[in-house]
Design a protein around this ligand. Sequence first.
Ligand code: RFL
Length: 388
Amino acid sequence: MVILGAGPAGLVLGNLLHAAGVDCVILERAPRAQLAARPRAGFLAAHTVRILERHGLAEGLRRHGRQHAVCEFRTEDGSFRLDYGSLGRGERHTVYPQHLLVEDLLTHYQGIGGRVLFDSEALAVLDADGSRPRVTVREPDGRPQGWQARYVAGCDGRHGAARRSLPPGSVRHHRHDHGVSWLGLLAEAPPSLDAVGYAVHRRGFAGHMARTPAITRYYLQTERGTSAEDWSEDRIWEELELRMRSAEHGALHRGPIVQRAVVDLESDVLEPLRHGSLLLAGDAASLLSPSAAKGANLAVLEAELLAEALVADLLHGDGEALATYSQRCLRHVWRAQEFSHWMVRLLHPAPVHEPGAPFQEALRRSRLDSLRTSRSHQDWFAEHYVGV
Ligand code: RFL
């Protein structure tokens, strides 16, 4: 079994397969040091934590993760808080930075004797329509290498070799561009509020998410095509203060901005999540906009489903679960896409130059008002916000 990519999907899959006795290797393009230095996700759903616990992979997040269950909306029509931990199914997030989770998963995998090759970029997956697919790899010294296996798991993200190797027409590619961009920021500053903060301002959306007691993630909606370098630290903090209505709610805790990148909010889904012997999981299978923090959670869920299906097939000759793997994942994928799409429309003022903008804007405000006042709407929100 060859697994492409040592992100959350590839590492959960590798851990589960190796623990079950399936011979596997993970090929990772990046050097090891880079994996522990890529802060991305932070909000893990209760379901994700249960999967990691079930397989003995949750020690780090149990020790250092923090429970989180409140979000605060600051809007032109006032502000309100939702204690989502006491709504819906009563579930909470665990805040634990993705790069720490990746480090934990890697340490565990190597600790049980799992093989991972760093600096090994997969170039292509060949012969996936047969039962002996091959992976061509560029080794650290530049030499081409090859691997052959019964199955290849494409867990190498949106720009990986798995997606590139799919023959034209072999899967359906659904894409959606939300037409919105965010400047994603990581500040070396303590969180400024005890909740996830969603600010909707006529100048655009601003978001606040705690990562650790000393690190906070912020987002600022920006014009499409803006470069992160166009934003000085002073301009970033002034804009955050303005959109988050600090004059009314209190100043933000400022600190150095240690990471900044513009993200265009796009979503896509490959259907099915499989071409012959090449199976897809995580961002390689579907990309979610970061609006609802679902990507890493879905990656872990799919990795567990894929691991169970592969163990049944490879060790017990039972291919039933593998045959339905894609169909079972897609139910979760589309639900997560639907909720993320709903969040995008909730959080961004309709662009003024678009026809029908005033109508869309009135709908958006009504949606927020319903969320502020309707208990059943709040229960629905909580269930989907924490769930996968
Ligand atoms: P990853 O994490 O991208 O890992 C893929 C790995 O594959 C390697 N790779 C290759 N290896 C070999 N050969 C090749 N040709 C290769 N090409 C790539 C890469 O080096 C990498 O190590 O994919 P995976 O495992 O599917 O995990 C997906 C998650 O990383 C992603 O969905 C989340 O980060 C999304 N996301 C969030 N998800 C959440 O659940 N909660 C959050 O709070 C959250 N916040 C976020 C996010 C994504 C963000 N960005 C990146 C837009 C916040 C941000 C800013």
